[in-house]
Design a protein around this ligand. Structure first.
Ligand code: NAI
Ligand code: AKG
Length: 435
């Protein structure tokens, strides 16, 4: 791999650089991509090719509300790249999701799949809706209509969705059923993250958090910190955050702070995570009013002194404004894009090891791959087998990136982009580009 050390010791990357739009995850993605492209000496054409999504689909989703009124929502699916195989990535329901954000999330999926070595390209979907405002019936109609609008995009050999923020296994079951009705056969492999009874995989629900913890333990080991001697703060208490917190707790770590959209909860003696999970389950998935802790703000959580900070909520949480105040030794990115590109060099200067999203949260897509394989074979694995293979693949990915990091004296995030983009670029070269 071509390498010129001066490029990033004296180049634009170390300078304050052009002010990026903190609100733009796509710009954050591109900024890191540019750096990797320089390291790899990608030519301009290759850069443009890999930076551009293959397909962007925007649909309107009209549904009849329980009141009898019609409302129209906007939905997206972006296929960023499918050189390595069918595209793969979750569907997000959020009132503020944009096509631009989905573009970034889809590109991250491309690099992520390359890093964990699963034979998929990258995609992501989104619907601009606050699902909490919909009844179950409205949510089902919305999901079915979105899927119907994407029938030509989705497919077990084309594009395979999965859960992301505010979507879950019930929503995946509706996607599978709608697609199957139109295919005139049951097509379980069209979507992953389904209920186990419908062809889902053991371990998928916990896979992202489990992967976060595997790489966190590897990072702690590199720093010579024992898991049972470390303190942890977790932002976000949904699928990824709650499982990461629970598995760190089971490792003997002291999880001193957790948070969700209702705010942060701090206990210097450590929070009883199984009890907090039970509390959230009984309170409509919210920590609001959690009694065994002092209420703090999400900002206070991010800035508290701890060994491991796991941002597992959403993008742009650690940015140019607050990066200088982060007091963790390791940041393990459970969420996609929780640290902006503007914050990267600030964290690097503080000596904080960032385990980047495209490695740290890749456990989800890894077990989605296992689910797809199981569905296609019609032969299902035990949870023990799933977890063992997941741990192995995450650990291998961590070791590969650590090697690139050491070889080029770059950060783990830079190594992740270099590794992932190199693999996709090499695939393109071998496949060729003549239509
Ligand atoms: N579910 C999965 O398998 C995967 C998810 N991810 C990423 O992990 C992140 C979280 O996803 P999930 O856990 O699936 O979503 P989720 O919908 O299950 O949970 C999201 C959590 O974040 C909290 N939250 C939202 N805004 C917040 C804010 N401003 N401050 C603090 N907390 C806030 C919510 O209250 C909730 O507890 C997202 O970035 C997603 O893209 C990444 C890989 C796979
Ligand atoms: O499980 C999958 O296919 C994708 C999960 C996802 O959306 C992500 O890793 O961001």
């Amino acid at each position: 791999m071509p390498y010129n050390k001066n490029m990033y010791t004296t180049g634009y990357y170390k300078e304050p650089g052009p002010k990026l739009d903190e609100e733009s995850p796509f710009e954050s993605m591109l900024e890191r991509f540019r750096f990797a492209a320089e390291v790899l000496e990608l030519d301009e054409g290759m850069f443009q090719y890999l930076a551009s999504p293959v397909k962007q689909v925007t649909v309107s989703i009209p549904i009849v509300m329980d009141s009898g009124d019609i409302r129209v929502f906007e939905g997206y699916r972006v296929i960023h790249n499918n050189l390595l195989g069918p595209s793969k990535g979750g569907i997000r329901y959020a009132p503020d999701v944009t096509l631009e954000e989905v573009n970034a999330l889809a590109a991250w999926m491309t690099w992520k799949c390359a890093i964990v070595n699963v034979p998929f390209g990258g995609a992501k979907g989104g619907v601009r809706v606050d699902p909490k405002q919909l009844s179950d019936g409205e949510l089902e109609r919305l999901t079915r209509r979105y899927t119907a609008n994407m029938l030509e995009v989705f497919g077990p050999d084309r594009d395979i969705p999965a859960p992301d923020m505010n979507t879950n296994e019930q929503i995946m079951a509706w996607v599978m059923d709608t697609y199957s009705m139109n295919a005139h056969k049951t097509e379980t492999a069209v979507v992953t993250g389904k209920p186990i009874i419908l062809g889902g995989s053991h371990g998928r629900k916990e896979a992202t958090g489990r992967g976060v913890v595997t790489v966190t333990l590897a990072a702690l080991n590199k720093m010579g910190i024992l898991p049972n001697k470390c303190t942890v703060a977790v932002q976000g208490f949904g699928n990824v955050g709650s499982v990461s917190a629970k598995l760190m707790y089971e490792q003997g770590a002291k999880v001193v702070a957790i948070s969700d959209i209702s705010g942060g909860y701090y206990n210097e003696n450590g929070i009883d995570i199984p009890a907090a999970i039970e509390y959230a389950k009984e309170n409509d998935n919210s920590l609001e009013g959690y009694p065994e802790a002092e209420k703090i703000s999400n900002e206070e959580l991010l800035q508290m002194e701890c060994d491991v900070l796991i941002p597992a909520a959403k993008e742009d949480q650690i940015n140019r404004e607050n990066a200088g105040n982060i007091n963790a030794k390791i940041i393990a990115e459970g969420a996609n894009g929780p640290v902006t590109a503007n914050a990267d060099s600030i964290l690097e200067d503080k000596g904080i090891m960032v385990v980047p999203d495209i490695l740290a949260n890749a456990g989800g897509v890894t077990v989605s791959y296992f689910e797809w394989v199981q569905d296609r074979q019609g032969y299902f694995w035990t949870e023990e087998r799933v977890n063992r293979r997941l741990n192995r693949m995450m650990r291998n990915a961590f070791d590969n990136l650590f090697e690139v990091r050491n070889e080029y004296d770059i950060t783990l995030r830079q190594a992740a982009y270099v590794f992932g983009i190199n693999k996709v670029a090499m695939t393109l070269k071998l496949r060729g580009l003549y239509a």
